[in-house]
Ligand binder design. Structure first.
Ligand code: FES
Length: 140
């Protein structure tokens, strides 16, 4: 499932103008470094175009990140922590912050992967929480 949520405020995002890398730190394996090609965004229909979820699921990075609502800011299963490069991402909307409140183990660098769009000015690093692997999956 993909698309947009008509009931939430539309986030202001800036898509990257040059390639940059996203390093995914996974709880169940070695880190994966993926280079984002701005000319190919969006990679797929799930999450905001160019979002961390879009990159993880559709970009070829092959990261199995949970996304129970289909990437429309209506759950909190895509919670990740942006441990490097958070300043290069769009500001979270109030709707995103409301959903994040439902996630366990949130911190100041917590974001919803489907709503967090890096602008590509710096390489970023993302930590996938261990509990993310144990939730109900959609479409797998
Ligand atoms: S997938 Fe549901 S909020 Fe991101």
């Amino acid at each position: 499932m993909g698309g947009t949520n008509p009931y939430i405020e539309k986030p202001e995002t800036g898509l990257p103008q040059k390639p940059y890398t996203v390093t995914f730190h996974r709880p169940d394996g070695p880190a994966i470094v993926f280079e984002v090609d701005p000319s190919k965004l969006p990679y797929g229909p799930t999450g905001l175009p160019g979002s961390i979820l879009d990159i993880a699921l559709n970009g070829g990075a092959d990261i199995d990140l949970e996304h129970a609502c289909g990437g429309v800011c209506a759950c909190s299963t895509c919670h990740v922590k942006v441990v490097k490069g958070l300043d290069s991402c769009n500001e979270p909307t109030d709707d995103e912050l409301d959903q994040l409140d439902e996630a366990p183990d949130i911190s100041l660098n917590s974001r919803l992967a489907c709503q967090c769009v890096p602008n590509g000015t710096v390489d970023i690093e993302v930590e996938i929480p261990a509990w993310n692997k144990n939730l109900v999956k959609e479409g797998h």
